[in-house]
Design a protein around this ligand. Sequence first.
Ligand code: UDP
Ligand code: MG
Length: 322
Amino acid sequence: MMQGTEQMKQVAIIIPAYNEAENIDANLSLIKQHLQTVPNVLFTLMVVDDGSNDETAAIVLRRSESDAQIKLLCLSRNFGKEDAIHAGLAHARAYDAAIVMDSDLQHPPALIPLMIEKWQESFPVVEAVKKSRGGEPRSKQLLVRGYYRLFNFFTELRISGDTDFKLLDAQVIEAYLQLPEHNRFFRGLIKWMNYPAAQLAFDVPKSVRLDSTWTRIGLFRYAISSITSFTAFPLQIVTVLGAITFVMSLLIGLMVLWDKLGGNAVDGFTTVILLLLLIGSVLMFSVGLIGTYVGKIYDEVKSRPNYLVDKKRSNVENTEKK
Ligand code: UDP
Ligand code: MG
C-alpha cells in the first residue's frame, strides 16, 4: 500500500475565492466528485481566500479541519485574482502539477480528468479554451471581443478564448515563479513562456452567482494593464500620430503662406484654432500614455510583494522558498 501512494502523483487545485461564502461549500463537494474518477493522482484543493469579507475563509477552514484534501491559503486583504493565483502557485511548489480554476463552477470540473490525461501524455501545459461565453450580456461580449482584437494586434500573443483554467506542470510553475515582474497577467505570461500546450474546448456555464465579482471599471483597468504589461507598442502610436500631425501642419502652413503671399485675407482664426486643438489633443494623449508606462515602472521599482499570507489562518505547507 505504501508503494501505491509513492507512485501517486500530487496535484494541487488552486481555487481563488473572493466573497464566495454562499456557494463555496457545495462547489468544493462538486469538484471533489469529479476527482474520484482519476486514478493514481492525489488531489489537494487549495482555496486561496483573497481577503473576502464574508464567511468564505471560515467555511473553508472548517471543512479543511475534517477533510485532509482541502487546504486554505488566506491572504491578508483583497489583492485581486491575479495575485491570488500567484500566491497559490507559490505554495504549490511541492506538487507535480497544479490546476488553476474559478470557484463559481464556470470552469467545469468535469474537464479535470481530461486535463490530467493530457498532462500524462506529457503536455506541460493544458489550457481550457472557451467555445462560448456563459450568458454574458451582449454589451460585455462586444467589449471583450474588442479587447482581444487589441491585445492580439499589439502583442501578437493569441489569447482570445483563453481562460485562467489551466493545468501547469511543476517545471512551468517554477518558471512562472522565477519571472521577476510584479504586474502579472497569468494567461498572457503562460502563452509568452510557450511551453507545449494541449487545448480543451468548453462552453462556459452560467455562474452560480448572479453577478461577476468584476466591475466594468475593474475589467477596463485589467484590460489596460494586461496590454501595457506586454507591449510598448502604444508608445509608437504617439510617434505615428506626431508624424501625421507634423505633415498636416506643414500643409496648413503652406496654405497660410500661399494665401498671405497672394494678398488674400487670411482666415486666421480657423487655422490657429485647428492647430491648437490638434496639437493639444495629441500632446495630452501622449502624456497620458507615458503616464501609464511611468506608473508601471514605478510599480516594478517598488518591488512590493504581490501578496501577503495570513499565516495564522492558513494551513498550507509553505513552499515559497526552495
Ligand atoms: N476572485 C478573486 N479575487 C478578486 C475577484 C475574484 O480571487 O478580487 C475570484 C472569484 O472568487 C472567482 C474567480 O476569481 O473564483 C473569478 O471571478 P468571477 O467569477 O467574478 O469572474 P468572471 O467569471 O466574471 O470572469
Ligand atoms: Mg465567474
